[in-house]
Design a protein around this ligand. Structure first.
Ligand code: MOS
Length: 740
């Protein structure tokens, strides 16, 4: 189905099932431990052996010797494959660093061996017994040093900055900034971050002749299948991926990783199925991370608060041939202003690969621009909410002929201000004291783009009147199972209980997958498209006029005739398959999602420790398909935003080139229990430009802007601006106001 004109009235608009705050249909399986994650799939292949990965102990150079003699003698060891045993493997299209093979080391903990044994402990002992020798080469590990001569680099996707150069200019920024009566020129930094998802990267691999099956944990099944085949040099038709349950991904599981490649190589060498998980301490350095940024922001405004000049320049680092963190992307769209400059520079670093982490670009970019907006509002003497409202735009500021499909940022901000009690904020910082706590309020806008992706599904009608949905869409904890079931139930006029959803299998139609908060809207639209076809097939089978047929309560009705839905599948399942595909609506309209984030903090007047006291997010993101699972997404994202503001930071060893705190003891993340009150409000909105579902995404919107709102609240509490995230107590303690 081609979607190339605004959606009209359709069966989804009935909202009998869609739009309801329903429990997750997979909730019972998960809470009772019966939803099998990749490493737990004991029954998919008999006689599974265990694989253990060894990572390089240098950041850059060559492995010269790998002595496996002692490892081979460890009891239970079945096979050892070292990186010197095979030539460098090809690279998946989405990978920057090579995953295995050859002697070159591109980053610390790059995989250099896999040991397969009867038990996990034996495999681990075997890996520890391998002696590797290296020829170390000097590397570039310090972004601050390398940033000084980093060239402009465009993003290779449509999401980032820069037509060809990495720099975009509209109007004359320098001239407008020079004459602006009120200006800000400030530089912010954000650190490297790791995904820290609960379930580690894990795969069980089994060969059947030249056919490979991987039971794995992947957000994007079709990308995984393609890149496994490319990496191993086999045909994609010989590869099957299956990933029905995923314990979080946050972008770390968008792309093929070493667990899948080494499980496959280990299984081949051992002649047995192999299960392998990346040990937690390997994940930060072996896989991808969110790259650190240095962001310079300049804003010039008239005294009435109207922005006349805005510039956002970001520098990040990555391995050779890597990508910039697109931290300026929201600044291209968020506020009005005629004279604009955005630029991205990319330094070459020999740290592990930088890549997508939840809201890549905006998550880091909003930490900077929304803190800068707070600073600018103060300089102007304008309330930060009003300052943003004054600079609202209903069109793409770089291309004014392109309107936003929907943009209710102002409503988000006004609603949030009212519901949060923003009028009780004291505009002068450091004024509110409650016992040991300095109390402050902060806010920020939230912004994340809405992406359209082709997405397919197959739906089957059974004689029972039940419906089965099959798509390679994934559920990374987000609620995909439930919203896909809701969509099929609404379309076919059956109850949620009559719908079965099967996900994550590469034998199913290719979906949008889970990423970029595009999963919900696109994958449900794919199911919508398949259901439109199924409805036609049902009507045809029953001899009804398909344009008139109504699907209600398990019945199909047309005029004064009606029949049970299942009758159309009396002899055989009735099967329909289709994809949603998009025309140029995304070109004609800018599609984005919006939020207002509000935070109250207490900062300990003695220690500088920050506690979050309450948070509110008001979101405008098209139709909310399931307010319960959407709320969970946003609350989780808000919690993650607190992490970005206060604690998340991979510490870089700048001499040896690795992330030091590469486990969950040293890499701190907040949990829900750290935040006593979190509230989410969804504005009543539908976006007919986004898809027949009229929905968008919220999974990343909930993160974008939160960290800046926290930092702004800390400023309001203490009068201290910290422009280098995270805002830890050691950056506050020496600057706290004198105690009364
Ligand atoms: Mo998201 S970083 O596209 O999983």
């Amino acid at each position: 189905m081609k979607f190339d004109a605004p959606a009209t009235q359709n069966p989804i608009d009935q909202l009998k099932v869609v739009g309801k705050p329903l429990d997750r249909i997979d909730g019972r399986l998960k809470t009772t431990g019966r939803a099998p994650y990749a490493y737990e799939r004991h029954d998919v292949a008999p006689n599974q052996a265990y694989g253990y990965v060894l990572g390089a102990e240098i950041a850059k150079g060559r492995v010269t010797v790998m002595d496996t003699a002692a490892a081979a003698k460890v009891p239970g060891v079945l096979a050892i494959v070292t990186t010197l045993d095979i030539p460098r493997l090809d690279k998946g299209e989405m990978n920057t660093a090579f995953l295995f093979g050859g002697s070159d080391i591109q980053h610390y903990h790059q995989a250099i061996a896999v040991v397969v044994a009867e038990t996990f402990e034996q495999a681990r002992e075997g890996a520890a017994a391998i002696k590797a020798e290296y020829e170390r080469q000097p590397g570039r590990f310090d972004l601050a040093v390398e940033a000084s001569n980093a060239p402009l680099v465009p993003a290779d996707s449509g999401e980032g900055s820069g037509g060809g150069s990495g720099e975009d200019r509209f109007g004359d920024f320098e001239a407008a900034f020079a004459v602006a009566p009120v200006t800000l020129d400030a530089t912010y930094t954000t650190p490297d971050e790791t995904h820290a998802m609960m379930e580690p990267h894990a795969t069980i691999a089994a060969w059947n002749g030249d056919r490979l099956t991987l039971w794995t944990s992947s957000q994007m099944i079709a990308w995984g299948k393609r890149d496994v085949a490319k990496t191993l040099g086999i045909s994609p038709e010989k590869v099957r991926l299956d990933s029905p349950y995923i314990g979080g991904g946050f972008g770390g599981k968008l792309f093929l990783r070493a667990d899948a490649v080494l499980a496959a190589l280990g299984a081949k060498a051992a002649g047995r199925p192999v299960k392998l998980a990346l040990p937690r301490p390997m994940i930060a350095n072996n896989t991808t991370h969110r790259p650190a940024t240095i962001q310079r922001i300049r804003i010039g405004a008239a005294r009435d608060g109207r922005i006349t000049a805005i510039a956002h320049e970001s520098t990040s680092g990555d391995l050779p041939d890597g990508q910039p963190e697109t931290a300026v992307s929201q600044t291209k769209l968020l506020y009005a202003g005629e004279n604009r400059l955005t630029a991205m520079r990319l330094a070459v670093l020999d740290l592990p690969e930088g890549n997508s982490m939840r809201a890549p670009g905006e998550a880091a970019g909003m930490l900077a621009i929304e803190a800068a907006m707070d600073e600018m509002a103060e300089k102007l003497g304008i309330d930060p909410v009003e300052f943003r409202i004054v600079n609202d735009t209903q069109v793409d500021p770089e291309h004014p002929e392109r309107p936003f499909s929907q943009r209710q940022l102002v409503e988000c901000l006004r609603t949030g201000a009212e519901r949060f009690g923003w009028n009780r904020r004291n505009a002068s910082p450091g004024q509110r004291r409650e016992g040991q706590w300095l109390v402050g309020l902060g806010m920020a806008a939230g912004f994340r783009n809405n992406l359209l992706m082709k997405s397919g599904a197959r739906v089957r009608l059974h004689a029972s009147g039940g419906v089965t949905v099959e798509t390679d869409m994934t559920d990374i904890g987000t609620g995909s199972y439930t919203i896909l079931a809701q969509t099929a139930a609404e379309m076919m006029g059956v109850s949620l209980e009559q719908v079965t959803v099967s996900l994550g299998d590469s034998d199913f139609p290719v979906s949008a997958g889970s990423g970029g908060q595009f999963g919900a809207n696109n994958s449900t639209a794919g199911v919508y498209a398949a259901c439109v076809k199924l409805r036609e097939a049902v009507a045809h089978k029953l001899g009804f006029n398909s344009a008139e047929a109504e699907f209600v309560d398990g019945q199909v009705r047309s005029g004064n005739r009606s029949a049970p839905l299942g009758r159309a599948a009396e002899t055989n399942d009735l099967v329909a398959e289709d994809s949603i595909e998009y025309g140029d609506l995304a070109k004609r309209y800018q599609q984005s999602t919006f939020a207002g984030h509000f935070v109250e903090v207490g900062v300990d007047a003695y220690t500088g420790e920050t506690r979050i006291r309450r948070m509110l997010a008001v979101c405008a993101a098209g139709r909310i398909l399931n307010p319960k699972s959407a709320r969970s997404q946003v609350i989780g994202a808000m919690t993650m935003g607190v992490g970005a503001a206060l604690m998340e930071e991979l510490a870089v060893d700048k001499r040896l080139g690795f992330f030091v705190n590469h486990d969950l003891a040293g890499y701190e993340v907040p949990v829900h229990a750290d935040i006593p009150h979190q509230e989410v409000i969804f504005l009543d909105e539908t976006d007919p430009i986004s898809s027949p579902m009229k929905a968008k995404g919220v999974g990343e919107l909930g993160l974008c802007g939160v960290g800046a709102a926290v930092a702004n609240a800390i400023y309001n509490a203490t009068g201290i601006r910290v422009r280098d995230y995270p805002v830890r107590l050691d950056k506050l303690i020496d600057r706290l106001p004198p105690l009364a």
